[in-house]
Every structure is written in structure tokens, then in C-alpha cells.
Design a protein around this ligand. Structure first.
Ligand SMILES: CCC/C=C/C=C/C(=O)SCCNC(=O)CCNC(=O)[C@H](O)C(C)(C)COP(=O)(O)OP(=O)(O)OC[C@H]1O[C@@H](n2cnc3c(N)ncnc32)[C@H](O)[C@@H]1OP(=O)(O)O
Length: 308
């Protein structure tokens, strides 16, 4: 499997092919059928790029988007040719959040003959929308999200379900739901407090709906990297994805599953889960291959791991 590794390229002054891969990630082709809101591509081996692709509507999340995300990430979870995902937005900004024009019927005019049935249907609808972002967490492949410009409302729900967040210097984040009369209900209130340490800051953002800009997002830990512009960010995302993709998929996917498990359980329970996990996963041939490479001072990039 031939990977593109920018650190090696940079040493040789060969960063250009990498930037060409980034340029190939642009959404000029529009959504990838059968999707109508997502463009899916493979810019380099083992890396899947998913782009929310409604630039003329500022990537507002319409009904199709909420369903297509589930199909897309379920397929990626099963795709043994994919080891890492990069997620980004097409056009001027990352996303303007829920489609305020197209979503009203689902939420404001729910079906049902009486209060019980209406409530039941609303509950089901909310659970369906929650799944749109939970699939990102359920997918064992690491997901790197790259945010440029605005990331509003549902966008914050989305990025908090991702494993690694990066943004451009012009990015801003807004937990906008209170401004449209909602308590955010598809992940932000559950995941954001686990992402950034300060509950006071989370509460402030959620109660006031104020914008948080890139520097503050970096200093509070919402993002781990800030890039000067989108091209640099996509190159950085692809470089990181390539680095992760070079490692044992058994090790990487086991790491994601156990990190998420340990976030939601006690240390004792998570250690117990880990030992049960690794009682089979330690028997992988990847362990021997990786250890041998370390002993021989070889780069993992030279090692061929079986697909997973
Ligand atoms: C159970 C479900 C739970 C989920 C809850 C989620 C909640 C949320 O997401 S709350 C956040 C809702 N979003 C907003 O309030 C943002 C609204 N949009 C804007 O403020 C601006 O559009 C923005 C700052 C993002 C961009 O401004 P810009 O000047 O660059 O573009 P515009 O000229 O305003 O828009 C261009 C066209 O896009 C359409 N559009 C933008 N945002 C949305 C949206 N959220 N929903 C639907 N359509 C949107 C806008 O109408 C323009 O369309 P057109 O007039 O046809 O050109």
C-alpha cells in the first residue's frame, strides 16, 4: 500500500505532491451520488475525505444530510480500505447548522393523533437526529474534522463527536440553539463538557450563544491546531491522517474504541474493558511487525499491515 507521507516529503523538499492531493479534495465536482449533500473521496491511500457539500446554502443541514451521514459513516466503518477520515465543509464556511427552511415540518409539525403519539414521534425524530453524529463516534476509524469560517449550531454537535478538531485562523464556533428557542439536543450539551475542561465556559457558550473565535477555541482545547488558511489546514489534516494511517489499524481502532469507552466509564470499568479487548487484540500479527520495525529502527511506513 503506497502512502503519501509529508514529513518524508518535506525532508526531501517534496511537499508539492501533497498539496496537489489537497487541491484534489475540493468540492468542485459536487456531492457524490447517491449522496446529495456529501462528497466522498480518497485523496491518498487509506484516507477517506467526507465533505458537507451545500455551499450555496452555507452547508445548512437539510433532511437529506441527517440521513446521509448515517449511511456514509456506516459504510466507512465497514470499509477495510479506509483507516482514517477527514471531514470538512465546501465553500465559504464549514456549516451554518440546521437548515432553518427545510426542517420545520419534522420538528414543528410532528405527526400523531394525540399528545402521546405526537410526543413519541418527536422523541423518535430527535433520536434519529442524534444518530447522525453518534455514527461518527461509533465508527472505529479516527475522524479528523477541519473547520474553516463559521461552525454554527449543529456544526458544534458534529465536531464534538469527532476525534481530532483543527481550524483556520478565521474560524468561529457558536452554540446557537438558544437563539432559535432550543436546548441543543444532538450532542453539544453532552459532549462539549467532556471536550473542554471548563464547565463555566461551556455554560457561558451555551447560555449566551456568543461566538468563540479560533484563538480561544485553541486555548480552551476545543481544537488542537489552528492554521492560517484552509489550504494549509487541509494539508495539515491530510498529513496527520497519513501518519495515523501508517500505523497498525488494530492498534489505532482499538485505541479509539477504548478512549471513548474510558471517557464514559470509571477507570476500573475501563481497565476491565481494556483487558477483555486486548486479550484477543494482542494476538495480532501487527504487534510483532511493529515491534520488529522499532527494533530495526525502520519507519512504520515501510510495514504492510493487513486490512481491518
Ligand atoms: C432535532 C434537530 C436538532 C438540531 C438543532 C440544530 C440547531 C442549529 O443548528 S441552530 C443554528 C441555526 N443556524 C443559524 O442560525 C445560522 C443562519 N445563517 C446565518 O447566520 C448566515 O447565513 C451565515 C452567517 C451562516 C452566513 O452568512 P452569509 O452572508 O455568508 O450567507 P447568507 O447570504 O446569509 O446565506 C446564503 C444562503 O444560504 C442560506 N442559509 C444560510 N444559513 C442557512 C440555514 N441555517 N438554513 C437554511 N438556509 C441557510 C441563506 O438563506 C441563503 O440562501 P439564498 O437566499 O437562497 O441564497
Amino acid at each position: 500500500m503506497a502512502f503519501v507521507f509529508s514529513s518524508a516529503f518535506r525532508k526531501q523538499g517534496l511537499f508539492v505532491p501533497f498539496l496537489n492531493a489537497v487541491r484534489g479534495m475540493s468540492s468542485s465536482g459536487g456531492p457524490t451520488p447517491p449522496f446529495t449533500t456529501l462528497s466522498v473521496s480518497r485523496p491518498v491511500d487509506a484516507v477517506t475525505h467526507v465533505e458537507i457539500c451545500r455551499p450555496e446554502k452555507r452547508n445548512a443541514m437539510n433532511k437529506a444530510f441527517w440521513l446521509e451521514m448515517v449511511d456514509c459513516f456506516s459504510q466507512i466503518a465497514e470499509d477495510s480500505d479506509c483507516r482514517v477520515v477527514v471531514f470538512s465543509g465546501a465553500g465559504k464556511l464549514f456549516t451554518s447548522g440546521i437548515d432553518l427552511m427545510g426542517m420545520a415540518s419534522d420538528i414543528l409539525q410532528p405527526d400523531g393523533d394525540d399528545t402521546a403519539r405526537i410526543s413519541w414521534n418527536v422523541r423518535r425524530t430527535i433520536a434519529k437526529y442524534q444518530e447522525t453524529f453518534s455514527v461518527i463516534e461509533k465508527c472505529p476509524k479516527p475522524v479528523i474534522v477541519a473547520v474553516h469560517g463559521a461552525c454554527i449550531g449543529g456544526g458544534v454537535d458534529l465536531i464534538t463527536a469527532c476525534d481530532i478538531r483543527m481550524c483556520t485562523q478565521d474560524a468561529w464556533f457558536q452554540v446557537k440553539e438558544v437563539d432559535i428557542g432550543l436546548a441543543a439536543d444532538v450532542g453539544t450539551l453532552q459532549r462539549l463538557p467532556r471536550v473542554i475542561g471548563s464547565r463555566s465556559l461551556v455554560n457561558e457558550l451555551a447560555f449566551t450563544a456568543r461566538k468563540m473565535y479560533a484563538d480561544e477555541a485553541k486555548s480552551c482545547g476545543l481544537v488542537s491546531r489552528v492554521f492560517p488558511d484552509k489550504e494549509a489546514m487541509m494539508a495539515g489534516a491530510l498529513e496527520m491522517a497519513g501518519e495515523i494511517a501508517s500505523k497498525s489499524p488494530v492498534a489505532v481502532q482499538g485505541t479509539k474504541v477504548n478512549l471513548i469507552y474510558s471517557r464514559d466509564h470509571s477507570v476500573a470499568d475501563a481497565l476491565d474493558y481494556m483487558s477483555t479487548w486486548n486479550m484477543s487484540m494482542l494476538q495480532t500479527q501487527d504487534l510483532m511487525k511493529s515491534a520488529q520495525a522499532a527494533m530495526e529502527k525502520k519507519s512504520l511506513k515501510e510495514i504492510i499491515f493487513s486490512k481491518l
